[in-house]
Design a protein around this ligand. Sequence first.
Ligand SMILES: O=C(O)CCC(=O)C(=O)O
Ligand SMILES: [Mn+2]
Length: 228
Amino acid sequence: MKLKTTRPLGGLRLHHGYLHPEAQAQLLVALRSVLAQAPLYTPRMPKSGRPFTVRMSNCGPLGWVSDRNGYRYQPLHPETARPWPPMPPMLLTIWSELAGYADPPEACLINFYAADAKMGLHQDRDEADFAAPVVSVSLGDTCLFRVGGHKRDAPARAFRLSSGDAVVLGGEARLAFHGVDRIYPGTSRLLPEGGRINLTLRRVTRGAGAGLDRRSGAEAPHVKQRQI
Ligand SMILES: O=C(O)CCC(=O)C(=O)O
Ligand SMILES: [Mn+2]
């Protein structure tokens, strides 16, 4: 009998403790300014209009939004109709250290999870360029993050993401199903109001052609990382 074996997808990287506590606090200050200009709002599911449990905003030239008409990227906040604020320089530095992709990110989705929020298994596939990885950073309370394969029902692994951790979904893992099963309230003191912020950096359009930058951070020895 042939045993069915599975292996983890390549290109999934966890950088545990990537941002030290002072850097987390500094990033939070920059985010508060972004959120003052582009407040968190409650997105809705396509067709059903059911509200997400996660509240969202964006920074950068494009923002990911969801409403009854579907998922898409757009340059304006859906409630204020104003352009998304620019990405704080720290986010561009994080991308250049971790993405291994020469062109800059175009969207940073800001997800805010209150204690009871979660995000179902999904693929990030509204972008034109899957050669660029998705880089995400966690701030605040720890969550249980789940990542599987290219099919929704493929075996998945769950692991905790704490404040300061970064995840890169690149290569084979770029289109891996992933989601957030739960938040562990009270596990961080970074956000006085509690909860978790996730920042997801993405390239949306095709890069100018520079593409994968093998010399930059993704494989650099000084970047603390763990293949998972
Ligand atoms: O909160 C997270 O860690 C994941 C967020 C995510 O997958 C997304 O916004 O597409
Ligand atoms: Mn995602």
